[in-house]
Design a protein around this ligand. Structure first.
Ligand SMILES: [Zn+2]
Length: 200
């Protein structure tokens, strides 16, 4: 399988090239192209794993944060990116059927530890084909991508005036409020990661 040289280097460090690593790589490259770099791009992932590792690597190499937030509770997306300069968030939700092994191959998993080279070979080949297919496909063929406009409303507001969140109805200080697709929201309803607000 031919892999990009930079991914090859990462694979050598990881010791393997998994479907999850390929997914993180492809999404990271997509976002890199979308925002013309990864500077100022905040990244959150809904699960620890090779995809988070690949994104963390790409962010360190091509951005400046090198930090990926791994969420502690479930989110409505698998990956979230926020680019403050353009006020854009991208949600990625994986389409599972395109990124998992077939049922037939998964049924081999309990047998892999049993010293059956033929079974391991079949499984390995299936895994390689899946990785290859993820690396060849456009990202939007295995992910649903949503683009959302979001900007801090008036972060320089000096008074303590409040505003009502149009999603939850609670009042929020104007300097903490967000404009999400034209709706005024509190931080909690903004859809962005709470950990990011310390920078705003
Ligand atoms: Zn709210």
């Amino acid at each position: 399988m031919l892999v990009p040289i930079e991914l090859y280097g990462l694979t050598q460090r990881m010791g393997h090239l998994s479907p999850d690593l390929a997914i993180g790589w492809q999404i990271g490259k997509y976002v890199h192209e979308f925002f013309d770099g990864l500077q100022e791009v905040r990244i959150a992932v809904a699960a620890e794993g090779d995809a988070a590792f690949a994104l963390s690597y790409l962010s360190r190499e091509h951005g400046c944060y090198g930090q990926v937030t791994v969420t502690e509770t479930p989110r409505p997306w698998d990956f979230l990116f926020y680019h403050a300069v353009t006020g854009t968030a991208l949600h990625f939700t994986l389409i599972r059927k395109h990124i998992v092994l077939s049922q037939g191959l998964r049924s081999l998993e309990p047998h892999l530890a049993m010293d059956k080279p033929a079974v391991v070979e079949i499984y390995r080949t299936g895994l390689d084909l899946l990785v290859e297919s993820i690396l060849k496909r456009p990202v939007d063929s295995f992910c649903k991508i949503r683009q959302i406009r979001c900007r801090p409303l008036l972060q320089t507001a000096e008074n303590n005036s409040t505003i009502r969140c149009c999603r939850c109805g609670k009042s929020s200080f104007v300097q903490n409020a967000w404009d999400i697709e034209g709706q005024i929201c509190c931080q909690t309803c903004s859809g962005l990661e709470p950990a990011w607000f310390m920078y705003h």
